[in-house]
Design a protein around this ligand. Structure first.
Ligand code: AMP
Length: 395
């Protein structure tokens, strides 16, 4: 795996695909610069080598050129986060961009305008990728958030740098972390899969059964498994058309010697609201008018025991409706167990959508081994797919 550490960037122009798709408020100010911060290590290494950086990214989902999606809005935030002046050019291809790159000196950073102002970015147009490729000597992919897309700047462009292409520090770390969980893991391995629906996680569950010793299934997925086995789930979220599948998964897990742990009790509510009436119920005995919105105390005690046994832990998806305080305790407790296991030497990876939001919200982000920066890309990796953005560098 070639990374930027295998290159000396002295007098070289690095063309870096970053993921600066950051949230902006109504005033078009950056409200969370985490993604910019994540690219800092790569940018600094290149500048310290004596090279220069040409940064390319998308922002939002513009239809053609839309002012509010201009990357000019993030320039100040990039300067503040990286601590170096940043030049900005109002297109990502063409004469003006090429001239700006030609004038770029060692130690300087140039940010190109939003790649998605050109439809050819998302369609993976080869001619557009070739135009982009004129803007640097070495292509660096450091955008895990878009690594599952075969876009011009994330994958197609790599063919124009047959020898001079590599991963940035962030993407390399993402690849290593996933590998440490799925392929090169210390046993016992645990995956915790929570979240709302079985249907969105089914491919992950199937792939992961070959990799883990324990699987905790929590969140809304619980009830499809419980009902499939004859339990009463009341008004809990449940996918009746996935019950067969749930039973198949349980069979497969048995055959593969994977221990599946499902909540035995839940915090049930009489309404999907923070101020609903609640009671702790056996997960198989939820009456009509009540729905399970968080894992109960017995379940959490079981989960703690499992987490404590494991040396490698993957966490994807909350154990309950963590956005409401009344149903956040299970997710917070799980975070605590994983934090303790990590302190005791386990490797813990949190990734995929809402679990990342949860670990950030509850302050666990720096207490686990690694928090992934890519939702969709992480899920596709866990599904066992090869990501185009990674493949393009490896080939
Ligand atoms: P996902 O994006 O699949 O990880 O799902 C995350 C969402 O699942 C969060 O918004 C949670 O509120 C939701 N969720 C977790 N547990 C439950 C539950 N028991 N009932 C309904 N929604 C849930």
């Amino acid at each position: 795996m070639k990374t930027i550490n295998d290159f000396n960037f002295e007098d070289k122009k690095a063309l870096i695909r970053v993921d600066f798709n950051v949230p902006l408020n109504e005033e078009l100010e950056v409200t969370d610069a985490t993604r910019i911060q994540s690219a800092k290590s790569t940018i600094i290494k290149i500048l310290e080598d004596g090279g220069s950086c040409v940064l390319m990214s998308h922002l939002g989902r513009p239809k053609g050129v839309e002012e509010k999606y201009s990357l000019k809005h993030i320039v100040d935030s990039v300067i503040e986060t990286i601590g170096v002046q940043v030049k900005f050019i109002e297109d990502c291809v063409g004469d003006a961009a090429e001239e700006a790159v030609a004038n770029l000196k060692s130690g300087e950073i140039l940010l190109l305008e939003n790649l998605r102002f050109h439809g050819e970015e998302k369609s993976g147009d080869v001619a557009f990728a070739e135009k982009l490729s004129k803007l640097g000597d070495i292509y660096v992919n450091d955008a895990f958030g878009t690594a599952h897309r075969a876009h011009a700047s994330t994958a197609v462009i790599a063919q124009f740098f047959p020898e001079n292409k590599c991963f940035g520090h962030l993407l390399a770390k993402e690849i290593e972390s996933i590998d440490k969980v799925l392929n090169d893991s210390e046993k016992p391995v645990l995956a915790v899969l929570g979240g709302a629906k079985v249907s969105s996680k089914i491919t992950v569950i199937e792939n992961i059964l070959d990799k883990v010793d324990h699987l905790i299934i929590g969140g809304g997925m619980t009830f499809t498994f419980v009902k499939a086995q004859g339990g009463k789930v009341g008004n809990s979220i449940c996918e009746d058309d996935k019950m067969e599948l749930a039973l198949e998964i349980l069979e497969k897990a048995k055959a593969k010697n994977v221990q599946i742990h499902i909540p035995v009790d839940v915090v049930a509510a009489d309404n999907f609201a923070n101020d609903a009436n609640t009671q702790i119920l056996d997960v198989t005995q939820i009456p009509e008018g009540w729905e399970g919105l968080d894992a109960g105390p017995k379940s959490l005690a079981n989960f703690e025991e499992v987490v404590n046994q494991c040396k490698t832990i993957l966490w994807n998806g909350p154990l309950g409706v963590f956005e409401m305080e009344s149903f956040s305790k299970g997710t917070i407790a799980l975070g605590n167990y994983i934090e303790n296991a990590t302190k005791n030497g386990a490797f813990s990876l949190v990734g995929g959508g809402d679990s990342v939001a949860a670990v950030k919200q509850f302050g666990f982000a720096d207490k686990v081994s690694y928090v992934s920066t890519g939702g969709g890309a992480m899920l596709e990796s866990l599904e066992g797919k090869t990501l185009p953005g990674i493949e393009a560098i490896l080939n």
